[in-house]
Ligand binder design. Sequence first.
Ligand SMILES: Cc1ncc(COP(=O)(O)O)c(C=O)c1O
Length: 324
Amino acid sequence: MALPRHAFFRGRVVPYSEARVGVLTHALNYGTGVFAGIRAYWSAEQQELFVFRPRDHFQRFVESARLLDMTLPESVETLTEALVRLLRAELYREDCYARPLAFYADESIGVRLHNLTPAVSIVAIPYGRYVDNDESIHATISSWRRIDDTMIPPRGKIAGAYVNSAFAKTDAQRAGFDEAIVLNQDGHVSEASAANFFLVKNDSAVTPPVTDNVLEGITRRTVMELLRKELGVPVFERSIDRTEITLADEVFLCGTGVQVAAITRVDHRPIGSGRMGPAVAALRELYFDIVRGRRAGYDHWRHPVYAEAPAPARDGADRASTTS
Ligand SMILES: Cc1ncc(COP(=O)(O)O)c(C=O)c1O
């Protein structure tokens, strides 16, 4: 992966090489950081880079920080402006992914959340697909259970908690699957390693409630609204039994990374017809039209990066983008 040229680090946009921490940094040793993942989509027609729902992502970022007793020096508005400044400095004319991180920066020994000082960084890199086969994912039910709210709060993106996701993902991939579906402590479906879970049955969609230890995904919220308002599909938030997956008509994941991706087999059993179904196909088309600015009525979700300053010209054609 090519490194970015810049970083927003401790309040300023600096060369990436200057955004450094020492090995004693608290968050590096104890996982006491929170992060966000935000996509920006390049529109060649409009010569514009659209950041998708940055304020919602930064709102959750600030709330994730609060879970760790952190009061950030930056507000949601300041963070959004910092991200736009960073993307402009990078001169990106392609799809990218931004990674804000708030971390306890103290270089000291001692497990705790109090008497520590947070710092914030943001970097952005060019980014295409997170999964190659997002129309036909083969998933397994993980033997790992999702972290519980009595252990590490799952509703926020807490860095240390991602060791749980990493176990699930690596074991699934080493066993030949693309992705892991993780159950919660009760044995109900929680989510995938880094994406929220939906199934479709009898023309209704079902997703686990936030109290089933899911991350409160921005894409989850987006998808629920689109299913209800645009596609006329009712959505129910309720606990899901493992065997409901086997009998579902369609299953899909959503998240900033995977975007909207169809699961077509789980543990060698086909879901529905074994191919991406009509609801997921319609949702994907709608989602990509919205994030790329091809559909009116969703300006409130898209934050243009070059609105006030024209997009930079680059030699040659735009670099091909790998997302739909
Ligand atoms: C564990 C987990 N669940 C769900 C999601 C989806 O959240 P969002 O749609 O806000 O990206 C993510 C992040 O991408 C995640 O890390």
